[in-house]
Design a protein around this ligand. Structure first.
Ligand SMILES: Cc1cc2nc3c(=O)[nH]c(=O)nc-3n(C[C@H](O)[C@H](O)[C@H](O)COP(=O)(O)OP(=O)(O)OC[C@H]3O[C@@H](n4cnc5c(N)ncnc54)[C@H](O)[C@@H]3O)c2cc1C
Length: 392
């Protein structure tokens, strides 16, 4: 029986595992093992909804054991510490060693910590469930304090910075004093104009201050130094949130696998690591391209689409069938712009406001892993307004 070992249970790894077991195995089906250091999958595009309590953690971060209970996929909660390419084995923190015939590397990325002095010590990243819990708890404490204003600086005017800023503003209301800092001359520089304009409107309605063409030079406890036109200003803050940058996980550092200048794995169009046809890699830790050779951003949309090809190509490589080249389909982008508001552009449609909010919800519901989990979450969304009405 062939052994398929998948490292990382995010958009790349979990969806590859789920897709693999749906494929028509003519020979004996392989043993599929998924390893993740966490016990829960995280649907990160909905992480902001935890801050505003629009969603529960079980909805956006279901346990792997629940997601996989009706499948034959083995799940191991452990941290990957090394890959032995000659022996075709993977070592885990628990000292276990796992063998593979096909390996999938989908360990994602991390937020770079040392980009500015003090960022590691005093800024909070926003990437994991723990970060969301920590932020929520801090906001709760300030809301229960005597403080008249709660001053929050968000570094980065990309998707995360903007979505986070607007959600926090809606949570804190008049007490929130929020600023978004970005080096560029506009927010959301890679977004369609429609989404950028909707976002600018949402920020201005909530009086979120924009520091553009501004560099963060230092972060200390309760202050942030900002450089604009060569003048440095020191601004008092209660919290700095860091949303800038993604770098591949550290474990790749010691491996002799081909990497680009940013440390991302170099793969061919079939998603195999160059010169290693038995190793497939996808998601945030690879250098991804579309069929015209344009670089693709590190997004869930890319990892999700790659997972389909990755599963198919592993199946094809074990069943002696031809492998497929990855073809990316740009489906557009969606952003949450507060409670009950969003914007989306894609496939010829541009929408904002309440309708976009609903559309975003439904698209993400459809994207959640496993039909069973989708149904559970969908029913909860339907029942919640009724339960709220009854409790009044
Ligand atoms: C707040 C936030 C909002 C986002 N919103 C969007 C959005 O709206 N649209 C969009 O397209 N993209 C969005 N993204 C980006 C998207 O989440 C990533 O591009 C996507 O998750 C990448 O998938 P991946 O499988 O490569 O990595 P991940 O989904 O990060 O999965 C990696 C997995 O590997 C595990 N892991 C890491 N190291 C180890 C180890 N050593 N041992 C064992 N397990 C390990 C992790 O626990 C994790 O489960 C957002 C990201 C964040 C942080």
């Amino acid at each position: 029986m062939s052994k398929i070992l998948i490292l990382g249970g995010g958009f790349g790894g979990l969806y590859t595992a789920l897709r693999l077991q749906e494929l028509p195995w003519e020979n004996s089906p392989p043993e599929i093992t998924l390893v993740d250091k966490c016990d829960r999958f995280l649907f990160s595009p909905l992480l902001y909804e935890l801050i505003t309590e629009e969603m529960h953690s079980w909805e956006i971060a279901p346990y792997y054991t629940e997601l996989l209970e009706d499948t034959k996929i083995n799940f191991i909660q452990d941290t990957v510490t090394g890959i032995n390419l000659d022996r075709k084995t993977v070592s885990l923190e628990s000292k276990s060693v796992l063998e593979y015939d096909r390996l999938v590397v989908a360990l994602g990325g991390t937020t770079p910590e040392g980009m500015v002095s003090g960022a590691k010590e005093y800024a909070l990243p926003f990437r994991s469930l723990d970060h969301a819990y920590l932020l929520k708890e801090k906001l709760r404490q300030w809301e229960n304090s005597e403080a008249q204003k709660i001053r929050i600086a968000i570094v980065g005017g990309g998707y995360s910075g903007v979505e986070l800023g607007v959600k926090i503003a809606d949570k804190l209301g008049d007490r929130g004093k929020i600023r978004i800092i970005d080096r560029g001359d506009k927010i959301l520089k890679k977004s369609p104009d429609f989404n950028r304009k909707s976002a600018e409107k949402a920020l201005s309605e909530r009086q979120i201050w924009l520091d553009l063409e501004t560099e963060v030079t230092e972060i200390k406890e309760n202050e942030i130094s900002l450089k604009y036109k060569e003048v440095v200003d020191i601004i008092p803050v209660d919290l700095v949130l860091w949303t800038v940058g993604t770098k591949p996980v550290k474990i790749l550092d010691g491996l002799s696998l081909p990497q680009n200048a940013q440390g991302k794995l170099t793969i061919n169009s079939e998603l195999q690591v160059e010169n290693h046809p038995d190793i497939f890699a996808l998601g945030d830790l690879v250098d991804s391209f579309d069929s015209e050779g344009n670089i693709l951003e590190s997004t869930a949309q890319v990892a999700f689409q790659q997972s389909d090809y990755c599963a198919w190509n592993i199946w094809a490589s074990l069943e002696d069938k031809p492998l497929l080249s990855f073809r990316y389909q740009p489906l557009g982008e969606m952003l949450a712009l507060g409670v009950d508001n969003a914007t989306l552009s894609g496939l010829g449609v541009s929408l904002d406001g309440g309708l976009a909010y609903l559309a975003r919800r439904f698209v993400y519901l459809y994207r959640l892993p496993t039909p069973k989990h989708q149904l559970k979450v969908g029913l909860n969304w339907l029942m919640r307004p009724i339960a709220d009405l009854l409790s009044q």
